[in-house]
Design a protein around this ligand. Structure first.
Ligand code: NDP
Length: 480
């Protein structure tokens, strides 16, 4: 069984006390590797290594930092096949998806920030003849980056790349459920010649390693993606130390479909926005609101389209939904489907565990599930399930659907389908979410601000927002 290691001070090492955790393949249910069960001692070592590396890294010429980040992106791209297979095996997602989305995006993340740091400029504010102000932006020191299991290397690199680009050193923790590609990244950083201690990756449990990173006095900034409850715990720990916080948290995103939309395009994309990555994307639209005049037709066509999705071995071509990430998560999803029934919902399709047979007989699979007949106020429609489960709700009026769409504690993303341009602008302005996709889904430009409002997020990632987060601005005012 392969033994994953921490990456601290440029070396691959076990946890200080040698403790390990098992790492499972969700498609087979088997433990297939082990990872360090690290604790605050490992985190303290990683922070020390990062602090030691900071003076040199933060003063390394921009061009050299950029070159190293480009090199890492090239190495990930070179190893796309191995990374895609590892991500699929570790997370349960279809290999084809890892190959077409997760790994290319990890490559782009490094490439994008390698390039952005070459163009990152700060402001000057001249006061006519009196004075000139200019802004200096310095790296913060050691940044803590904590990421979840749904898009493992995609989200891990989305944090690390801007932090390093801005001149910080990093102590990072991937989810203990999906550590493999972060481990592979450590080897590539060594190969790329990243100086020891600039990036440190500590594996283990959130409550031990994650908590120790957040609580460490010498880590002044935390960039976190994960659940809202965890974000709240992190904020409670970090607030008394006045740490900089970027929190990307849960969602319960509405997809609002008007009868005047491009129907075939909407139908195809709505299947994707509902069930891609087994519904385990924070941006999936899990509450589908359909204008009543279109509801009957949409319901039938949507069910037919979803019936044709194949749930099964992530490594087989043609598989649309792989395994969900863990047994515990599968039970959570199934319990929410039971709750939907208790709340009076009708399961139009799916609702059960799947046994694909063969090597996947003991894997953790769930049918794509469509539910109707629930009020927007019920728990099924208010709480994040984070699996292949959507609800359908008809609506009559724009103001009514806006109110229902805005009724949850979350405000991450919204999807809107209409060919009425005026309506699109009107709703986009009034919907409570940090991201609005009109007539599309998951179309991403890495320069745009990314994040949620309400309990979905604090701060924004992406482009200049990320580089600004990972730097401290200082205004210098010079009297002329
Ligand atoms: P969790 O909040 O459980 O975990 C996220 C990360 O935080 C993991 O690395 C976890 O470690 C770690 N962690 C857990 N407890 C603590 C703690 N007390 N202190 C510090 N770190 C801790 O989220 P999931 O991994 O279950 O991911 C799913 C959630 O992520 C969903 O709510 C989803 O919406 C959200 N998400 C949000 C996105 C966004 O952009 N807004 C994007 C993707 C996902 P470990 O796994 O080892 O416990």
């Amino acid at each position: 069984m392969e033994q994953l290691k921490n990456y601290i001070g440029g070396k691959l090492i076990p946890s200080a006390d040698g403790a390990t955790l098992e790492n499972f393949n969700p498609a087979t249910g088997d433990a297939y590797s082990s990872l360090p069960d690290s604790d605050e001692i490992d985190v303290a070592r990683a922070v020390d290594a990062a602090k030691n590396a900071f003076p040199a890294w933060s003063t390394t010429p921009t061009e050299e930092r950029s070159r190293l980040l480009f090199r890492i992106s090239q190495l990930i791209e070179r190893d796309t096949e191995q990374f895609a297979l590892a991500e699929s095996t570790d997370q349960g997602k279809p290999l084809a998806l890892a190959h077409s989305v997760d790994i290319p995006r990890a490559v782009s993340n490094f490439r994008f920030f390698a390039s952005s740091l070459m163009h990152f400029a700060s402001e000057a504010h001249p006061m006519e003849q009196a004075a000139i102000n200019y802004t200096l932006r310095s790296p913060l020191g050691v940044a803590g980056c904590i990421s979840p299991w749904n898009l493992p290397i995609y989200l891990f690199t989305w944090k690390i790349a801007p932090a390093l680009a801005a001149g910080n050193c990093v102590v990072a923790k991937p989810s203990e459920l999906t550590p493999m590609t972060a481990f592979m990244l450590s080897s590539l950083c060594i190969e790329a010649g990243l100086p020891p201690g600039v990036l440190n990756i500590v594996h283990g449990l959130g409550t031990k390693v994650g908590q120790a990173i957040v609580a460490h006095r010498d880590v002044p900034a935390i960039s976190f993606t994960g659940g809202t409850a965890t974000g709240r715990t992190i904020a409670q720990t970090a607030a008394p130390m006045f740490k900089k916080l970027s929190l990307e948290m849960g969602g319960k995103n509405p997809a609002i479909i008007f009868a005047d939309c491009n129907y075939p395009e909407m139908l195809k994309t709505t299947v994707q926005s509902s069930f891609s990555n087994q519904g385990e994307i924070c941006l999936c639209g899990s509450r589908i609101f359909v204008e009543r005049s279109l509801y009957k037709q949409f319901k039938q066509d949507f069910i037919d389209a979803v019936k044709s999705l194949k749930v099964g071995d992530p490594l087989e071509s043609g598989t649309n939904l792989g395994a969900v990430v863990s047994e515990a998560h599968r039970e959570k999803i199934i319990s929410y489907i039971a709750l939907a029934r208790d709340e009076g919902g009708t399961i139009l399709f799916g609702g059960k565990k799947v046994n694909p047979g063969g090597r996947c007989s003991n894997g953790w699979f769930v049918e794509p599930t469509i539910i109707e007949g629930l009020p927007h106020t019920c728990r099924t429609n208010q709480e994040e399930i984070f699996g292949p489960v959507v609800t359908l709700t008809p609506f009559d009026r724009e103001d009514e659907v806006l109110q229902d769409a805005n009724s949850t504690q979350y405000g991450l993303a919204a999807i809107l389908w209409t060919d009425n341009l005026t309506r699109a602008h009107r709703i986009a302005a009034r919907i409570h979410s940090g991201i609005v996709w009109v007539n599309c889904w998951l179309l991403r430009d890495l320069r745009t601000p990314f994040g949620g409002m309400k309990n979905s997020g604090l701060g924004r990632e992406g482009g200049l927002e990320a580089l600004r987060f990972f730097t401290e601005p200082k205004n210098v005012c010079i009297k002329l």
